[in-house]
Design a protein. Sequence first.
Length: 267
Amino acid sequence: MFQHFLATWRAGWRSHAFRAILIIAGLLIMLAWLSSSFSGRHPQTVALDVGISGIRFITILLLLFWTQELLGKEIDRRTIFIALSYPTERSSYLLGRYLGIVAMTIVAVATLAIAVYFVVAVSSGGYRQAFALHFGAAYLLTLLYIVIDAMVIAAFTLMLSSLATTALLPLACGAAFAIVARSYSQVLAFLLDKHGEGADIAHIYIPIVDLISWIIPDLGQLDIRNTVLYGQYPSSEALLWSPLAALAYAGVMLALACTIFKRREFN
């Protein structure tokens, strides 16, 4: 497994991933800097909020690209036969690929987080906000939850890649999974609001949303940016069980991927 991990790591960086991350980090700095100018009283809060949203969005794009490039296209081009010719389990190849993608995602999140921290520090222009940001442990915890979120999406996309016959299917379905899993809690809150616009259709869609909750995890619970923005921590139950449930789901997806990949016949 370790050899496949190293091969994934090297192949990922040979695809100019680090250069792309630096370019994206520069664009994220520019976006956060421009966004901070829209708030005269809380420029740092706005810059950090936009920066965290950018990290979450960019992270998904990167891991979907890496999964397609390092597994989907290898299956599509039949170059996977070289890796599978070694006397090792197929599951070690798949898990090595997954750990390599996760490791590169962690590096990407850390690089983008440093860029966001830099632009937030200089976006105030000497102005002191009434409500200070809560960097430190809160920021690290927010980034950790972003990584866990990415691990779940990567595991689901890897599972699809283990059975897909085209490289584009995992890319499209992985992106759709990320959108649905991250917006689940917002959709449910919209439908449960008795005074909102969704009250009239709640009786139709709530059963469907409840059914989806048995298939797709609620990754919206892993967005805890309010801890660093306003010092508002979620409940201890949500703080503990949300990441554990997400990691358990990722484990199920990886086990399913290994089972499918082990029995798959390549023509």
